[in-house]
Write a protein that binds this ligand. Structure first.
Ligand code: 5GP
Length: 374
């Protein structure tokens, strides 16, 4: 047994120190980034935020809206190949949900979605079927997400290596891990992007169930350092609750940030909407308390009882669920939340004098200081 007594920090443990800035307005800040992926060799340009591959976040509807902003969506693993095919097929004419032309025709579906897979044989067959959706190599899906709760298994590395060999042109994001040495292993095995985060998700109970985890800010700092040394990239996954957390993740060195809870609860999120009636403190003309209504949306972890029940018919005997199901207030169109997140990011960049999101991590200094209560 060893104790690592180095300081490890979460988003809420730090604040970003303001710096002299030549920026006159937030509108001057450029949030778009351009990456060339080390293994695939392909390039991508956009705002590097990714909707999480949870079935109440990473939906086809979410992908359509995020694509218009140049953002990415990791589609959840449970769409049928047929559903993926008909969605992906629309890329040919770049039309949006209503049949109109996309606002940004440069960003088609191919540049806006990750197709997600686990590593079992069933998923590998699904991967082959999804990759076969287009006949020509250059029209195949571009982004593949190989996603397991525990990226430390040897089998995971073997699968990443095999998928890299089979699809050399695919951009592969693989995870999740939280330490530098495993980040390096994944990049060497063929991952272009390493997904970072264990135990930090908003509906995740891994820390409680297993005692395993790593404070997210420190995980991103350590993994980004390791990946960048090999020209790999990292995606911070989990733990962002407010726009300031997203800014901290980028400031810590994340190239991409994946969001679950922050994008859940919207029209596009796919959770079940229910109406809750409750008694207010106001009285009507008869002196009765007025009943009001509130709309709520379910949001659950992909390892929760709810998800297991839905997709696997229950939690297998040998495992416990590592996620919970919560009710979020219904939040309407995701567009409004996106504006809030992007506005927050622009403001952070203005505070530290970063003209581009790319400069944020170089300009940022963290100070230890609680930004939120426990
Ligand atoms: P959030 O942005 O909500 O804080 O975190 C989203 C991330 O939580 C997801 O992208 C995924 O990595 C992780 N996650 C989703 N469902 C579960 C779950 O049931 N258990 C655990 N341990 N993590 C989950």
């Amino acid at each position: 047994m060893r104790i690592d007594s180095d300081l490890k920090l979460d988003f809420r443990d730090v604040l970003i120190r303001p710096k002299r800035s030549g920026l006159l307005s937030r509108s001057e800040v450029v949030l778009r980034r351009r990456f060339t992926f080390p293994h695939s060799g392909d390039a991508w340009e956009g705002v590097p935020l990714i909707a999480s591959n949870m079935d109440t976040v990473g939906t086809l509807m979410m992908a359509e809206v995020l694509a218009r902003h140049g953002m990415l969506t990791a589609l959840h693993k449970f769409y049928s190949v047929e559903e993926c095919r008909s969605f992906f097929g629309r890329d040919a004419d770049s039309t949006d949900a209503d049949g109109g032309k996309c606002q940004n025709p440069d960003i088609g579906i191919r540049d806006a979605v990750f197709f997600s897979f686990g590593i079992t044989e069933v998923f590998m067959e699904r991967l082959d079927a999804v990759m076969a959706m287009a006949d020509a190599r250059e029209r195949r899906p571009k982004f593949v997400c190989l996603d397991v709760a525990n990226g430390y298994s040897e089998q995971f590395i073997t699968v990443v290596r095999a998928v890299r060999e089979k699809y050399p042109e695919a951009v592969i994001m693989a995870g999740n891990v939280v330490t530098g040495e495993m980040t390096e292993e994944l990049v060497i095995a063929g991952a272009d992007i390493v997904k970072v985060g264990i135990g930090s998700g908003s509906v995740c109970t891994t820390r409680e169930q297993t005692g395993v985890g790593f404070p997210q800010l420190s995980a991103v700092i350590e993994c980004a350092d390791a990946a960048h040394g090999l020209k790999g990239l990292v995606c911070s996954d989990g733990g962002c609750r407010v726009p300031g957390d997203v800014a901290k993740a980028f400031a810590a060195g994340a190239d991409f940030v994946m969001l679950g809870g922050m994008l859940a609860g919207h029209d596009e999120s796919g959770g079940e909407v229910s109406v809750r009636r409750y008694l207010t403190d106001e009285l009507d003309d008869n002196g009765e308390r007025i009943v009001d209504e509130r709309r709520a949306v379910t949001f659950y972890g992909m390892s929760s009882d709810t998800a297991m029940q839905k997709y696997y018919g229950g939690v297998a005997e040998y495992r416990a669920s590592e996620g919970v199901c919560v009710e979020l207030p219904y939040r309407g169109a995701v567009e409004v939340t996106l504006q809030e997140i992007l506005g927050g990011l622009r403001s952070t960049c203005t505070y530290v004098g970063a003209h581009r999101l790319k400069e944020l991590s170089k300009r940022a200094t963290f100070v230890i200081g609680r930004s939120a209560p426990d």
